[in-house]
Design a protein around this ligand. Structure first.
Ligand code: ADP
Ligand code: ADP
Length: 226
């Protein structure tokens, strides 16, 4: 039940080594945090897992698939929410999700049912017909999570999921991330530069610094290593 397998990943950009020998794995239903300061190599690592950039060397498997060889298979089982994802401000939440579902080739009648289900999961069902332009940052992020849940992903990858969100909204987003793991069995990989946040929500953590994973383990293990 290994969902993410990364072995000895290296990524060079014109001779600059952005990721330098990173290895880790994420099990089914596990929340794994990539922790590290800006420039540590977190986003580059995520892009290699998604098949959006090819590793210079090393191995990635997502549920056994190589993202550079079978990108569509990986895309089907993976939901990716980049930092500051955009929605159409002058459409409602429901209309935005319907648009995204159609882009993903989901039929309208199937999509409409699924949309209400995921909006209920993220606590936005009662405001589904409000324009996204009226949403707070926290509500937008929960809408982002709804948009990745539509395809019943096995793996969800979140880049800095609480940036710019107020404390109450942050709690709601973190709570939702926990429920996706505990109740839905989704594996989650999230990047953050905030230690306390990773401690609050992750089962295991990898600490990245200058392209290397300098420590890895449970929250308690990490406490002993640093
Ligand atoms: P993080 O997500 O931890 O902030 P990144 O993976 O974005 O780190 O960046 C790691 C390093 O690689 C940084 O020094 C960054 O400047 C560099 N880098 C990232 N993307 C590129 C790119 N496309 N071309 C050249 N250098 C890059
Ligand atoms: P596209 O139109 O390129 O098929 P989408 O509309 O599904 O992609 O998503 C918008 C962008 O988000 C894509 O260009 C891609 O960079 C990124 N993306 C979203 N989900 C994934 C995923 N699971 N794997 C790879 N890239 C993704």
């Amino acid at each position: 039940n290994v969902v993410v397998e990364a072995q000895d990943l290296v990524k060079d950009y014109n001779g600059f080594r952005a990721v330098n020998g990173v290895s880790f794995s994420v099990a089914q239903g596990e929340i794994f945090g990539l922790l590290g300061p800006n420039g540590a190599g977190k986003t580059t690592t995520i892009l290699m897992l998604l098949g959006m950039t090819e590793p210079t060397s090393g191995v990635v498997r997502i549920c056994g698939y190589d993202p550079t060889k079978e990108p569509l298979k990986v895309k089907r089982i993976t939901g990716y929410l980049p930092e500051n994802v955009g929605f159409y401000e002058d459409l409602t939440a429901k209309e935005n999700l319907l648009y995204l579902a159609k882009l993903n080739g989901i039929k309208e009648d199937v999509a409409l049912k699924k949309i209400d289900e995921v909006l209920a999961t993220v606590g936005l069902l009662d405001v589904r017909d409000k324009l996204v332009g009226t949403y707070s940052k926290g509500m937008r992020q929960r809408l982002g999570l709804a948009s990745v849940l539509i395809k019943d992903p096995k793996l969800v990858i979140l880049d800095e999921p609480t940036t710019g969100i107020d404390p109450e909204g942050t709690e709601q987003v973190l709570d939702l991330i926990r429920r996706m793991s505990r109740e839905m069995g989704v594996s989650i990989l999230l990047s953050s530069h905030l230690l306390y946040q990773v401690q609050q929500v992750c089962d295991r953590v990898g600490i990245m610094f200058k392209g290397k994973m300098v420590a890895q383990g449970s929250i308690e293990d990490i406490g002993r290593q640093v």
